[in-house]
Every structure is written in structure tokens, then in C-alpha cells.
Ligand binder design. Structure first.
Ligand SMILES: Nc1ncnc2c1ncn2[C@@H]1O[C@H](COP(=O)(O)OP(=O)(O)O)[C@@H](O)[C@H]1O
Ligand SMILES: [Mg+2]
Length: 323
């Protein structure tokens, strides 16, 4: 076995194995991982991984933790990374230098886009014009992914006083434009007039969760419940008091999710959709984390999914009482 020069420097385990499960190359991290696994009694790690890949079972558990397999080639041999899922959940900025990555990608992308524009303009045939249009559309998609990654790596929050009613109607309108067959049904705690949060970031987080619900369900009513959770409190250091948690539950009656999907929800780029980016939920989670909140999922296959968002209410004592 030789070590794989190309991936020697990445912080993840890289493997190349034959279709029979023989390890052909492994970087330093991969060798460490193999040693660890053999300590747990998994000696033929190549065959073990092959079984996972062939079974399309790309997340597996060991006594050390949960790992994900990211296949990058399956042409001749299987080439893939094995990544601890905790590492997946690390802030992206810790793993790679986002702004230089962005720059590296943006420059050629602009050239591609410009060239496609020229082809479209000069095309003498409809088919070529259509193809150029696809190139432009898809490069636009890459640009928007880059924008999302950038936002993820530099997300800051600024607290505003948000008028709940206008916030909700804006959410409702935003969804209605894109998903005309969905109705959002809000149930809001009666005396909740204002909340303190970063309006734009909270909006983005909730829209991302709502969009997924709409895409899962297709049509009909989606329930959104906004209340104060009576059971948990958040200690606000600035206000030097325990404040209550706002609880937002978004419930769809879509197809629900398999356990395997649920485990990977907050993994960057994980998507089950043809045109998905796999960034919606990680952006939502980042925004909610920045509010010192948390996000939970309850999903039953065949029944539907609840996303539950908690954020500290941070209401002024006066508005908490009078509201
Ligand atoms: N309400 C839901 N019902 C079923 N599956 C969901 C729901 N929300 C998220 N998912 C699953 O989580 C995946 C990741 O969601 P997300 O991060 O928003 O990326 P994207 O929507 O681009 O796929 C989706 O592809 C889908 O498989
Ligand atoms: Mg989404």
C-alpha cells in the first residue's frame, strides 16, 4: 500500500479501495483511522467500507463516533473520504479559508458566464442558445452557493425589536409567491407583540425551514406555532436574568425522513433533491446558534416532520408582562 500524495495534507481520512475491498492507498489520517478500527476489532476495514458503500449506507457508527463516507470517484476503484460527523459540524471557516476559496472559484466562473453570454448572443441555432443558457443558469447557481457559504462563514447577529405580526405576514407572503399551493397557518401566543432577534437572520432561518416543509408537502396547510416554552429558560448574561425561550414549531405532513437522512440534515451540501444546495438547514442552524438558540427535528416516515426552533425571547421585562 502506498500513501496518496494528493490528499496527504487534508485533515480527513482518504482511501482508495478496489471493488473487491482491498485498500490501495490511504493517507496519514486514513492509516490512523485503520489502526483505531483494528483496535475495535474491525480488521478488514476496506471490506467494511466497501460493504457500506455498496449498501448505500454512507453513515456508520463505531465505538469512537459517527462517520460519513464521501465518495469522490467510483470509476475504477472507489476513492472517498471518511469524515467524523463532529468534524462535519465544525464551523466551515475552521476547516477551510472561505474567502480565498470563494475568490478562486469566482474568477473562472465569471469567465465561464461571460463566455456563455457571448455564445448565446452569437448562436445561430436554438439548441446552442439553450445550452449557453443552461451554462449561465448553473453558473448563477454556483454563485449563489458561494454567497451562502460566505454568509455562513461570517455570520453575525444584530438584535432588533421585531413586530411579530408584520414579521409573520412577511414570511407568509414570501412563501406564497414561490409555493402558491401552500397555506401557512400561524398560531401565535396571544400577548406576543414583539420579540428581540436579528430580523434578517431569523427570517432566513425560518424561510429555509418553511421552504423545505413546502417542498416536502407540495400543497395544503403547514402549521406554524409560536409560543413561549414554559419548561426551559436561558440565562441572559447581559440582562442578568433567566429569560424564557420562544418556541417556533413548523409542522408539515410531507413524507417524513429516514433515520439516515435525519442524521445528515445539518451536514453541508447534504441534499436529497435534484436541484438542492444542501445548505438551507445548516444556514438556519448557524443563525439559530448565533441567537443562542437551538433547533430540533421530529420526523416520522410517512407522517410528516416537525422542526422546532428555540431562541431566547430577550423581551424587555415590560413587554413580557404587558404585551
Ligand atoms: N420538512 C422536511 N421533510 C422532509 N425532508 C426534509 C425536510 N426538511 C429537510 N429535509 C431533508 O433535508 C435535506 C437538506 O435540506 P436543506 O439543507 O434545506 O437542503 P436542500 O433543501 O437544498 O436539499 C433535504 O434535501 C431533505 O432531504
Ligand atoms: Mg432547503
Amino acid at each position: 500500500m502506498m500513501s496518496h500524495k494528493k490528499f496527504e495534507d487534508v485533515p480527513f481520512a482518504f482511501f482508495s479501495i478496489t471493488k473487491e475491498g482491498k485498500v490501495k492507498s490511504a493517507n496519514f489520517q486514513a492509516e490512523l483511522l485503520m489502526d483505531e478500527m483494528s483496535a475495535f476489532g474491525i480488521r478488514k476495514f476496506g471490506e467494511f467500507l466497501l460493504g457500506k458503500i455498496n449498501g448505500d449506507n454512507l453513515v456508520f457508527k463505531t465505538p469512537r463516533g459517527t462517520y460519513g463516507i464521501k465518495v469522490i470517484s467510483s470509476r475504477k476503484d472507489y476513492e472517498f473520504f471518511v469524515i467524523a460527523l463532529d468534524e462535519f459540524n465544525q464551523p466551515l471557516g475552521d476547516i477551510m479559508d472561505i474567502s480565498s476559496l470563494q475568490h478562486e472559484i469566482k474568477t473562472p466562473l465569471t469567465v465561464i458566464d461571460g463566455t456563455a453570454q457571448i455564445i448565446a448572443a452569437k448562436a445561430k441555432n436554438e439548441y446552442i442558445e439553450k445550452c449557453a443558457g443552461i451554462i449561465q443558469k448553473e453558473s448563477g447557481r454556483i454563485k449563489s452557493i458561494l454567497g451562502n457559504i460566505h454568509m455562513l462563514s461570517e455570520m453575525t447577529v444584530k438584535f432588533d425589536e421585531i413586530d411579530v405580526e408584520s414579521f409573520i405576514s412577511e414570511l407568509r407572503d414570501g412563501i406564497k409567491i414561490v409555493y402558491s399551493r401552500i397555506d401557512l397557518r400561524f398560531r401565535v401566543l396571544r400577548n406576543l407583540r414583539t420579540i428581540k432577534a436579528d430580523r434578517e437572520k431569523l427570517f432566513m432561518a425560518l424561510s429555509n425551514i418553511l421552504k423545505n416543509a413546502c417542498e416536502a408537502q407540495g400543497e395544503g396547510d403547514i402549521e406554524v406555532e409560536v409560543t413561549i416554552d414554559p419548561t426551559i429558560k436561558y440565562m441572559d448574561k447581559e440582562m442578568e436574568k433567566a429569560c424564557s425561550m420562544l418556541r417556533i414549531v413548523i409542522s408539515d405532513s410531507g413524507p417524513g425522513m429516514e433515520e439516515q437522512v435525519q442524521e445528515r440534515l445539518f451536514t453541508p451540501f447534504f441534499t436529497t433533491k435534484n436541484k438542492g444546495t444542501g445548505l438551507g438547514l445548516i444556514i438556519a442552524k448557524e443563525a439559530i446558534d448565533k441567537h443562542h438558540g437551538r433547533i430540533e427535528v421530529n420526523s416520522v416516515k410517512g407522517k410528516g416532520t416537525d422542526f422546532i426552533v428555540y431562541i431566547p425571547s430577550r423581551m424587555h421585562p415590560s413587554s413580557e408582562k404587558s404585551g
